[in-house]
Structures are given as structure tokens and as C-alpha cells.
Ligand binder design. Structure first.
Ligand code: MG
Length: 344
């Protein structure tokens, strides 16, 4: 029998995290475990405030998921199990992902294989992971650039009154390539295009979610003219939305917490590839658990922005190992999660 247990965990950010849509000092998460025989699979729901989930909604959902899982003996009919989990209620994407990730970890452990191998990912194809800089004072920005020494790409949050000033500050102390993320803030597309042309001259490699999430007209207008790839984040959550956004962007940012986990995530990667879209795998503020799940998928993607566990101060697990700014996928069975594993 599959036995689900879960507990809330408040993820504390090392620094207050400011983006165009708000500031926060912590993120709500719920950690899950699914036991079967001698093995335990670990999962996680990380819930930033803007997608409407919280510890109460996740607890309610997971209480019902516990009943569903209790009817299955093994994690192997994973498609059937996850279809039933998805049907419990609409929404609850992160809570669903926490079940999905734990099931994948459990299944890989029972097969004594690393998860990336079950996903047909090749660790030698791992893209470098960017390290995120929120919107801060010049002094704090410089400090964060210092803290990013192990990473070879910076992700810079834009959407302020003076985005050029933010980039200039970063460029005073670093010449690493930059992924820029406007988090929907650029409501004037002509100005946005002008800024993107300027950014292209600053070794910025791509632009994430420049315009408001439902304004696909502006996104399409920009994508047609932009010298840099324009990637959908807030405009794209689940696989069935791919057709809607495909014509308006050059690529999509797939996050397990948006798309309900690895089962749908890998299908979203394949579907996006078929549509000749660029694929980024992203994350929320997460522990090593969610990050290693995303990392198993990352070799199938063009870009990786999976640094969430480096941004928090109370990660209950060991940090993943970085080789030249890339997360190393280990030969350990399952997610490859190590450390105390105790949720405090
Ligand atoms: Mg983003």
C-alpha cells in the first residue's frame, strides 16, 4: 500500500526577494513522503503567493490524495495514479507536484535507478543553471553577485523604474551572461522592444515574460521583432495551454510546481520541442527535493533556472553538487537527495 504523509515547512529566504509583482521573505511549502515497503519517496509543494495555493489548500488536497494513494499497492501504474490525483480537484498544481515527485522518487528507488535514467536524460547534456538576483539596491545587488561565484549565468529580475541602471550595476561587477525576467512588468511594447535591443548589447541572452500574462498580442508583437528569445513563464502553466502560447513566444519556462510535476513536465518538454519552441526548466523557491526533480529533466531542456535551494537558509537536505555551474546528477537511486531529510 502507498502511504502518504506530509508536513508544512516555511522556507526562509536568505535575502528579501523583490520582483516586479511584489516582495517576500519566505515561501510556504509542504513536504511529502510516500512509503511503500522499505522505500520512501520524497516530494515537495512550493507555493509562491501569486498562484493561490497555501498550506491549508495543500493540506486539504493531500488529505484526499492520501485516500487515493492508499488504494494502490505500488507506484508503477503511475499514469493511473496521477490521473486520479489530478481529478481530485482543479488547480492545486504544486500539491499535485508534491505527490508526483514523491511517486517518481519512490518508483526509481524501487527499480534501484537514478530518476534521470528513467526519464532518458543524459547528464552530460546538463545546461548551466542561472543564479537569480532579485531587484535590490546597488549595494545588495553587488553582494548577491559575489554570492553567485559558483554559477556561470545570472538571472536578473527587471521591471523596475530604471532597468538599465540594474543591468549597469551588475555589469560593474560581472560580465557573466544574463537571463532577464521582467515578470509581466513591461506594459508598453514599443518601450519594451527598445529596452530589449539595449539588453542584447549587454550580453543578455533571453527575456522572460516581458508583458502581462494574458496580453498575448503584445507578446507576439514583441517576439516577432525581438533580437532575443522571448520566453513565457506566467503565461504558461500546464501542457494543455501550450497551443495558446506557442505562437506568441519563442519558448516556454516549464516549472514542476506549475505543471503538476514530472509526468506532465516531460510531456510538456516533448510537446514544446515538436512545436520548435525553446525550453527552459525553472523553479520556485524550493528545497533540494524540488530542485533535484527539475534537474533530472534539465538535460532535455535548452536553459535551466533551478537555483531555488541556494536562495533559502533552512533547506532540510544537502545542496546539490555543482560542476562548473551545472548541477551534477548522481548515480544514486531516485532523486539523489541526501542529508538529514528531517523537516524542522
Ligand atoms: Mg519567471
Amino acid at each position: 500500500m502507498l502511504h502518504l504523509s506530509f508536513q508544512p515547512l516555511l522556507l526562509e529566504l536568505r535575502h528579501p526577494f523583490r520582483i516586479a509583482t511584489g516582495m517576500r521573505t519566505h515561501t510556504n511549502a509542504v513536504m511529502t513522503q510516500i512509503r511503500s515497503g522499505e522505500h520512501t519517496g520524497y516530494g515537495e509543494a512550493a507555493m509562491p503567493p501569486y498562484y493561490g495555493e497555501n498550506c491549508d489548500t495543500a493540506s486539504n488536497f493531500l488529505t484526499r490524495a492520501k485516500e487515493v494513494l492508499g488504494r494502490f499497492k505500488t507506484p508503477f501504474p503511475i499514469e493511473n495514479i496521477l490521473a486520479e490525483i489530478d481529478a481530485i480537484a482543479p488547480g492545486n498544481h504544486a500539491a499535485k507536484a508534491s505527490v508526483d515527485i514523491a511517486l517518481h522518487d519512490l518508483r526509481a528507488k524501487q527499480q534501484n535507478k537514478p530518476l534521470w535514467q528513467l526519464l532518458d536524460a543524459d547528464p552530460t547534456q546538463m545546461p548551466p543553471t542561472s543564479f537569480t538576483l532579485g531587484m535590490d539596491t546597488p549595494q545588495l545587488l553587488r553582494k548577491k553577485v559575489d554570492e553567485s561565484a559558483d554559477f556561470n549565468i545570472l538571472k536578473v529580475k527587471l521591471g523596475s523604474d530604471d532597468d538599465r541602471a540594474i543591468i549597469r550595476t551588475v555589469r560593474e561587477v560581472s560580465d557573466k551572461p544574463i537571463y532577464a525576467d521582467a515578470n509581466q512588468a513591461w506594459t508598453n511594447r514599443e518601450k519594451a522592444l527598445e529596452l530589449i535591443h539595449w539588453l542584447a548589447g549587454q550580453n543578455v541572452l533571453l527575456i522572460e515574460q516581458p508583458t502581462p500574462k494574458d496580453d498575448l498580442d503584445s507578446a507576439a508583437w514583441l517576439s516577432e521583432r525581438s533580437p532575443l528569445p522571448v520566453i513565457a513563464d506566467e503565461s504558461f502553466q500546464r501542457l494543455h495551454e501550450l497551443d495558446r502560447v506557442a505562437g506568441a513566444f519563442h519558448g516556454v519556462n516549464i516549472k514542476l510546481m506549475k505543471c503538476t510535476g514530472l509526468y506532465e513536465g516531460i510531456r510538456a518538454v516533448r510537446a514544446a520541442r515538436q512545436k520548435k519552441l525553446k525550453v527552459m526548466v525553472g523553479c520556485m523557491t524550493e528545497t533540494s527535493c524540488g530542485i533535484l526533480a527539475a534537474a533530472a529533466l534539465a538535460p532535455l531542456c535548452d536553459f535551466a533556472d533551478i537555483d531555488g535551494c541556494w536562495l533559502i537558509s533552512n533547506n532540510p537536505f544537502d545542496l546539490p553538487t555543482l560542476d562548473g555551474g551545472k548541477i551534477r546528477l548522481s548515480g544514486q537511486a531516485g532523486l539523489g537527495l541526501t542529508g538529514p531529510g528531517e523537516i524542522r
